[in-house]
Design a protein around this ligand. Structure first.
Ligand code: LMR
Length: 343
């Protein structure tokens, strides 16, 4: 659908959640990998969500203690916990949203793609469990490499005849969060005031922050623009290097995951008003030449309500898009191949 490019829907400011009428707490949200570096702070943030009635924690170990700890927090979401692969389907039963931060993080020198062997089996296990336990749930994957993990999940769900492209997401919110932070610093405004779409994928050159559509406008010269562009693309690696072998972003990723889950919930609850809730996320679409692509979507009760067009791009961004498409297609092909061999 052609939407006015004057004020891209992406540029609308987020407002606080509007309380719904009646009981607010109706949703069951499951976190797979809840005892991990991202899972713990993500679960903490979700324990505060006004619409979550049941917060389910699943992990391979230590989940009982995390659940006991969280359950003492004086918010009404009820915490349940399940441990081990045999309990995964039981954990997910009846969930409205499943968010998956499970998986191994990078070490310095590794790319996200290097995590495929370690993390692909998680995608397969979760997709299999979802297909029986909660086929209608909205599924948000944080597990890397996102560009490949999401297509794997799609293949598994397809093989079980429960795939709905509107309901499967790769979380790329951290790319937006980082862009807002760095641009806020650079422009000299509060990061919350900045809106910017980030499109493509979630790894290196596939991350395309659309600086030309930033609001307020970023009017740095070419060198500043390139340096900011590069910093956003390599921000994950900046954290990996700073953590020096002790993993990758956990806190900022948990914040971003919680923000994305909140957007899914606002979509379910129709809190975006007539215009809907807009987020950039990696999902199946035909907005680009790649089968899966991160771009702004309008979220509604069934997940993606509408794919917005790729925002207007300047010459630098057009060149970046041209360069990322073959890389992204390769990442996606690897996922489709893996997924098909795993069914
Ligand atoms: C990030 O962007 O921080 C995550 O994808 C983790 C990583 O490996 O960079």
């Amino acid at each position: 659908t052609q939407l006015s490019q004057k004020l891209h829907p992406y540029q609308r400011k987020r407002t606080d959640a509007v309380p719904s009428t009646g009981s607010q707490r109706t949703l069951k949200v499951a976190v797979v990998g809840a005892a991990g570096g991202i899972g713990q702070p993500l679960s903490l943030l979700l324990k505060h969500h006004p619409h979550i009635e049941t917060l389910v924690l699943h992990d391979q170990e230590n989940v009982k203690g995390i659940a006991a700890d969280l359950s003492h927090i004086d918010t009404s979401a009820v915490v349940q916990h399940f441990q081990g692969p045999k309990k995964l389907a039981l954990a997910l039963k009846g969930s409205d949203i499943v968010v998956v931060p499970a998986g191994k993080p990078r070490k310095p020198g590794m790319t996200r793609a290097d995590l495929l062997d370690a993390n692909a089996s998680i995608a397969v296990a979760v997709a299999n469990a979802v297909s029986t336990a909660c086929p209608g749930a909205l599924l948000a994957f944080i597990t890397n490499p996102i560009n490949t993990i999401v297509p794997i999940v799609a293949e598994i769900l397809k093989s079980k005849a429960v795939y709905d492209p509107r309901r499967l997401f790769g979380v790329t919110t951290l790319d937006v969060v980082r862009s807002k932070t760095f641009l806020g610093e650079s422009i000299g405004v509060e990061p919350e005031e900045v809106t910017i779409p980030v499109i493509g994928g979630h790894a290196g050159l596939t991350i395309l922050p659309v600086l030309s559509q930033c609001d307020p406008p970023f009017d740095g010269d070419e060198a500043e623009r390139l340096s900011l562009f590069h910093r956003i693309q390599e921000a994950g690696t900046e954290v990996v290097i700073a953590k020096a072998g002790r993993g990758s972003a956990t806190l900022s990723m948990a914040y971003s995951g919680a923000r994305f889950v909140d957007s899914l919930i606002r979509g379910i609850k129709m809190e975006g008003g007539d215009e809907g809730v807009v987020e950039c996320t990696f999902c199946e679409s035909d907005v680009s030449e790649a089968k899966f692509f991160a771009s702004p979507v309008i979220l509604g009760p069934q997940g993606v309500k509408e794919h917005l067009e790729i925002p207007c791009l300047d010459d630098l961004e057009k060149a970046a898009l041209k360069c990322l498409i073959p890389i992204l297609k390769k990442n996606i092909e690897a996922g489709i191949k893996y997924g098909q061999s795993a069914v």
